[in-house]
Design a protein around this ligand. Structure first.
Ligand SMILES: [Zn+2]
Ligand SMILES: [Zn+2]
Length: 192
């Protein structure tokens, strides 16, 4: 119930920022395009990957910042009240955190040409991965994938330890900044 309340408040923030994005689009203040011929097919395929890479970096550093003692209690504690995450935890954020996570998008569409379909792809991946990371069970079963892609094994450790595993989709920033937990192992191995 607590998670649903916070998730509802977060969705209001997301909806307001979506509405702002639509207004920006109708005023011609974004670089969103709908005709696939406006840019190359290669760009159409690469652009969602570039957005996800930029968001991965933005999220990692925002997440590190949100764990700063002076900010954590106000902005990020709500999300960490879910010690054993479930899919209901996936969108359980304080409205300020929801704002900080989503404000990236009105900015990116203002500066980077993106086909509407590419943007929809990014949002679909973000939504599905948030649910996978908070699923309570590990979805990924392949060792190579788990080495690079963040699933519930990796993110559950963040909810328990607080000071490690800040990444969103990829383990790369945590590995590069040495914030990867010593206790990272796939759940199926943990449970044996
Ligand atoms: Zn989480
Ligand atoms: Zn956190």
């Amino acid at each position: 119930m607590r998670e649903l309340k916070w998730a509802s408040l977060s969705s209001i923030v997301f909806a307001v920022l979506c509405a702002l994005s639509v207004i920006l689009y109708h005023r011609g203040w974004t670089k969103i395009y709908t005709d696939v011929d406006d840019h190359s097919i290669l760009y159409l395929v690469l652009s969602p990957i570039l957005v996800l890479a930029a968001y991965e970096t933005y999220y990692y550093w925002l997440h590190r910042l949100m764990h700063h003692r002076s900010i954590f209690k106000i902005v990020h504690r709500v999300h960490h009240e879910s010690m054993e995450p479930t899919v209901f935890s996936a969108f359980s954020f304080h409205p300020l955190e929801a704002f900080l996570q989503f404000i990236f998008f009105p900015i990116i569409i203002a500066v980077m040409p993106l086909h509407l379909g590419a943007l929809a792809t990014v949002f679909t991946i973000l939504t599905v991965s948030a649910m996978i990371n908070h699923a309570g069970v590990e979805v990924y079963r392949n060792g190579w994938i788990l080495k690079h892609i963040i699933g519930s094994s990796h993110h559950d450790v963040h909810h328990r330890e607080f000071k490690a595993n800040f990444g969103l989709h990829l383990t790369w920033w945590d590995n590069a900044m040495k914030t990867s937990s010593q206790n990272n192992k796939p759940k199926k191995i943990e449970q044996r």
